[in-house]
Design a protein around this ligand. Structure first.
Ligand SMILES: Cc1ncc(COP(=O)(O)O)c(C=O)c1O
Ligand SMILES: N[C@@H](CCOP(=O)(O)O)C(=O)O
Length: 395
């Protein structure tokens, strides 16, 4: 067992990125194996992450893997949501169906498993609530300790309760996700904590599986666009790295374009791209109804910028009203989403209206978090108690 400390950043000022050697892989054989593993039930290899182990963590010994059969999420089509966005065909990939209710589980299973293989027992993150509940579920599954830092305001209470319920030690602080990242950068090593935020390159490797599964769902032909919400920009980074793997290995013969959608009140990445700049100016006071996107200094911005270059991608920013309008529609379609996820649908609609995406094109939006994650957001449009009819039951 290797007990050396874990490194997250590189001397160049950016984050570490893993480079895998895929030269010995046989793509046709892997396609068959991915297909067979998916059909298995109750085995590690049926997981929507570990099914792709050869592309994610080829050298990680399986006894260290902590898995909850993550991935294997639904891919849906809703005529209502499609016509709202204006594209010809739309898929919604519901990462909200993961064990802890968000896309974080795809990366967390990989990060916790890697930390465990290094001999760590204490795992940490700072979070607006989804990363923390994901870490807590994996730590609980393996009997490990999780320590999470959560801002003392503007987070969804359900997520904090979920984190506590899985047994995490929750520490709250005055500040934002960005302050929490700075604290971990400074003190995690001294406290013997293995950091599970997306600064951790193994998180990114695990999250690549979202696009692997999407591609497999669609028989290795992806739509013209993949649209996703952007906060810390881990998902955009992982998506791009996964696309790069699929394309260079020959699983897909065309790269889709990527659209990253931020909330207007927390949109430093969009602002940098829109102004043609190449240096991110952090948003000091990020603020949006989509609390999961309340991030002013996204650690993965360089990786996400490279993904836009690779895929000829674009960005957009949407208002809180646009986010809630899209959320209502996704909820009414029966799929459901927390506000951050709805930003992708709102952004797709905006990009079609602006002509950046053509109405004849096809798209997939990543539904990143479950409807039940944020009941405060639900209250804002459900008009309680008027929308619930009180009836007298006859005996
Ligand atoms: C539900 C949800 N959607 C979107 C995001 C944004 O993803 P990323 O931080 O990877 O950009 C987050 C958190 O970061 C989230 O929790
Ligand atoms: N919305 C996220 C914030 C980003 O976290 P990270 O896992 O990318 O570091 C959360 O749920 O905390």
């Amino acid at each position: 067992m290797d007990t050396s400390p874990m490194w997250y950043s590189c001397n160049c000022g950016g984050l570490l990125q893993l480079v895998q050697d895929f030269r010995a892989l046989d793509v046709e054989l892997l396609k068959r194996q991915f297909h067979e593993r998916r059909a298995e039930r109750h085995t590690l290899m049926a997981s929507g992450v570990w099914r792709y182990k050869e592309l994610i963590a080829p050298d990680l010994p399986t006894p260290y893997i902590v898995s909850r059969n993550e991935g294997n999420t639904g891919l849906y089509q809703s005529e209502r949501v499609r016509s709202f966005t204006g594209v010809r065909q739309l898929w919604l990939k519901a990462q909200s169906e993961n064990p802890s209710g968000s896309f974080k589980d795809n990366g967390m299973t990989a990060a916790v498993s890697h930390g465990r293989s290094l001999g760590y027992r204490k795992f940490a993150c700072t979070s607006t609530g989804n990363t923390s509940s994901s870490l807590a579920i994996y730590a609980a599954t393996a009997g490990l300790t999780s320590v999470v830092l959560v801002p003392d305001r503007d987070v969804a209470l359900n997520k904090v309760l979920q984190t506590l319920a899985y047994g995490a030690q929750v520490r709250t602080f005055t500040g934002t996700y960005d302050d929490g990242i700075r604290w971990l950068d400074k003190y995690a090593e001294a406290e013997g904590l293995y950091v599970c935020n997306s600064v951790n390159p193994y998180r990114i490797e695990g999250q690549k599986s979202i696009v692997f599964e999407l591609a497999q769902d669609l028989n290795w032909t992806l739509p013209d666009w993949i649209v996703l919400p952007g906060g810390a920009l881990s998902n955009a980074s992982a998506l791009g790295k996964g696309l790069h793997d699929l394309y260079t290995l020959g699983f897909i013969d065309k790269l889709p374009r990527v659209a990253v959608i931020q909330a207007e009140g927390a949109s430093p990445f969009h602002q940098m791209i829109a102004s043609g700049g190449d240096a991110l100016t952090p948003e000091v006071k990020p603020s949006t109804v989509a609390s999961a996107l309340n991030i002013g200094n996204p650690p993965s911005w360089r990786k996400a910028r490279d993904v836009l270059h690779l895929t000829n991608g674009v960005t957009a920013a949407v208002s809180d009203n646009e986010i809630m309008e899209a959320k209502l529609l996704i909820d009414r379609s029966g799929i459901g989403a927390e506000p951050a996820s709805a930003a992708a649908v709102a952004g797709l609609r905006k990009l079609v209206n602006e002509g950046a995406i053509h109405s004849e094109e096809t798209a997939a939006c990543i539904v990143t978090g479950h409807l039940l994650k944020d009941s405060d957001a639900l209250r804002t449009y459900l008009d309680l108690p008027e929308s619930i009819q009180h009836v007298r039951l006859q005996s």
